[in-house]
Design a protein around this ligand. Structure first.
Ligand SMILES: Nc1ncnc2c1ncn2[C@@H]1O[C@H](COP(=O)(O)OP(=O)(O)OP(=O)(O)O)[C@@H](O)[C@H]1O
Length: 637
């Protein structure tokens, strides 16, 4: 660079063809570079050069499609701006590119093209004096240029015209209409935007943009991370977790949003702030109330209820009770899950069921490491996130159905969860920091102890829940199942009545189970059939258009119910049925179909005594004949 007559730019300059912005003297613009010629310029000139001179390049507007730069050189714009590359950042994602930060120095005009490849090199003539941007008298011009540089993204063509205007007078002529346009736009924006009084109080209103003092410098993303940071500090997490979160937050702030890792880190931090590190419900245990509640919810199961009450009583006396883990073992549908739910209710705790049937991967319990694609926390941490407190009742359903696979043994992972000596520092692979599970009350259920891994069984106290007798089932149906089903179907006892002998018939002819789940389903089916009739009856009563013989139904029960309706409507045509619809044996058959176990029952009951003895006699005489034949002495040959 020469010294006389001001600072001179080199008369040969490598040219960066820019299609996304216009560099003006005095402004600093970021350019993203990915076309072959520009990439070569960066790698061969900017990255290899060691002198200050090698950082000076010319930036020329390229109005042609950047993709066409590959073969022939576009007709070059005559005027460009020489600038210093103050920063070069390279990245391979989403495709190889460089990002350059260039400060404009002065205008130049291209006098001749020296070479086109690997990058464009041209002989140039300096148009502006470099000093004019350094002296205070001309500062306003460079500031104005800087502002225009920012606008140039939006007014590309106009900015190119400003670049071409070498004389100051001409430049003002070109720039002033642009500035006026911008001022008008801002005024309009200010008018249309409602000014939020809150923002006014805290900060101020900048034309065109509302801001407050707290997040003055933040864009939407920055705002997001700031609120995340606040959440991290309010989450009340232990020091170790807080340290990890701070570290991740720091990384997140430095990451561009487009990076895939950004979303991963963000999800991780979201989970960390959502976890109930120190949020718990207060136990409200009253042993008498607990006993009453268990009795009200469940018929029979006296032994189980007694042991549960004992367990709760000990917990009341010693709040920091470590173990044992109760495991209810019994056939399906005997109320194991339901007792677990009642325990949570008596304690006033949140309840969460974790179905373990078919789980054969360790990471189901313990989560995946974050390095895995699609990694997630395990079911325990997920459960805690769902309930939002750190002392829920977790029902580990069907521990006997845990599987094993190459992905590890989930039962082994459960050992750590259930062991009171270890579970205060349970480490999920995804979280990678310890979470205290010691406040969680675990209850397990299983159909059999035979398939529960011995080490797991060893940590649990097994409580057998036997199946019910026929009488117990009838009681359970009338005390619990029928009232529950009536409520679930929007019916009342005044609308539907199931007599005891019908219940017995359902149990013996339509269900064959130790528990009462099928029985509950059958009662549900009856409720549905009756609900249709009641709803129809109400509609008929409302419209009052029913004639006595209006209904023709397929099944007999439907006819019977219609008859009941007609009977009432005959007396008072507007009234809905008042008498409960009674489900007798015929109605039962109409709703549930043929008895499933009728064959066996009818064979044993229908076998007449006389027929049975005749057959027996026939059989015994046949056997006698065979025995005689076998053991009679052989006649001598
Ligand atoms: N003794 C009982 N008193 C009242 N209701 C009962 C009783 N036993 C079972 N029930 C009811 O039977 C239904 C099925 O019970 P639950 O789901 O608790 O069975 P389970 O033993 O957990 O079955 P599974 O082993 O298949 O999970 C529930 O609606 C429950 O309320």
């Amino acid at each position: 660079m020469g010294s006389s007559g001001g600072i001179q730019i080199p008369n040969r300059l490598p040219l960066l063809l820019s299609h996304e912005g216009v560099l003006l003297p005095g402004s600093t613009v970021r350019f993203s570079v990915d076309s072959p010629r520009n990439m070569q310029l960066v790698s061969q000139r900017l990255l290899k050069g060691t002198s200050l001179k090698s950082t000076i390049i010319g930036v020329i507007p390229n109005t042609r499609d950047p993709g066409q730069d590959i073969d022939d050189l576009p007709a070059l714009h005559k005027i460009g701006t020489a600038g210093v590359a103050v920063q070069v950042v390279g990245s391979n994602w989403p495709k190889p590119h460089y990002t350059l930060l260039i400060t404009g120095l002065c205008r130049f005009s291209v006098t001749s093209l020296l070479k086109e490849r690997p990058f464009v090199l041209a002989e140039v003539e300096q148009l502006d004096k470099l000093e004019q941007y350094m002296t205070p008298s001309t500062h306003s011009v460079s500031a104005e240029d800087g502002e225009l540089g920012e606008l140039s993204q939006r007014f590309y063509q106009a900015a190119v015209q400003v670049l071409d205007a070498v004389s100051l007078e001409e430049r003002f002529k070109k720039a002033l209409p642009l500035l006026n346009k911008q001022i008008e736009g801002l005024k309009l924006l200010q008018k249309t935007r409602k000014i939020n009084p809150d923002n006014e109080k805290r900060g101020g209103v900048f034309p065109g943009r509302q801001f407050n003092l707290e997040d003055e410098d933040e864009d939407e993303d920055g705002d997001d991370t700031a609120s995340l940071e606040r959440k991290v500090h309010n989450a009340n997490m232990p020091d170790a977790a807080l340290k990890v979160c701070r570290k991740e937050l720091k990384r997140l702030k430095k990451m561009p949003q487009s990076m895939p890792e950004y979303a991963l880190t963000r999800n991780y931090l979201d989970l960390m702030v959502e976890l109930p590190w120190s949020k718990s419900t207060k136990d409200c245990l009253d042993i008498r109330a607990a006993r009453t509640l268990l009795d009200n919810d469940h018929y029979a199961m006296d032994k189980l209820k007694k042991r549960v009450v004992e367990y709760l009583a000990v917990r009341q006396l010693k709040t920091s009770l470590k173990g044992p883990i109760l495991c209810f073992v019994g056939p399906p549908g005997v109320g194991k899950t339901s007792v677990g739910r009642s325990v949570a209710r008596t304690l006033g705790r949140e309840f969460h069921r974790i179905a373990l049937g078919g789980v054969c991967d360790q990471s189901d319990i313990r989560g995946h490491r974050r390095t895995y694609v699609g990694s997630m926390p395990g079911r325990i941490i997920n459960g805690l996130k769902t309930v939002g407190v750190n002392n829920p009742v977790f029902l580990l359903d069907e521990v006997d159905k845990l599987g094993k696979s190459l992905q590890g043994d989930p039962a082994a992972a459960l050992l750590e969860v259930l062991d009171p000596e270890q579970n205060h520092s349970f480490t999920d692979h995804y979280l990678n920091v310890a979470f205290d599970l010691s406040q969680v009350l675990f209850i397990a259920t299983a159909n059999t102890t035979a398939t529960i891994p011995p080490a797991l069984l060893d940590r649990m106290e097994v409580l057998q829940v036997p199946g019910y007798t026929q009488e117990e089932k009838v009681e359970i149906a009338h005390r619990h199942l029928i009232p529950n089903q009536l409520e679930q179907h929007g019916l009342t006892p005044q609308q539907l009545h199931i007599p005891q002998d019908t219940t017995q018939a359902i149990i013996s002819s339509y269900t064959r189970e130790a528990g009462v789940r099928s029985l509950e389903r059958k009662i549900g089916a009856i409720c549905r059939a009756v609900a249709v009739k009641v709803a129809e009856g109400q509609r008929l009563a409302k419209t009052n258009t029913v004639t006595e013989n209006s209904t023709q139904h397929k099944g007999e029960i439907l006819n019977r119910i219609s008859n009941t309706l007609s009977y009432h409507q005959g007396r008072d045509k507007a009234a809905p049925p008042e008498m409960p619809i009674v489900i007798d044996h015929i109605a039962l058959k109409d709703i549930l179909g043929q008895p499933l176990f009728e064959l066996e029952v009818s064979r044993s009951s229908g076998w007449k005594h006389g027929e049975e003895s005749a057959e027996n006699e026939l059989l015994s005489s046949f056997f006698k004949a065979v025995v005689l034949k076998l053991f009679s002495p052989q006649p001598p040959k």
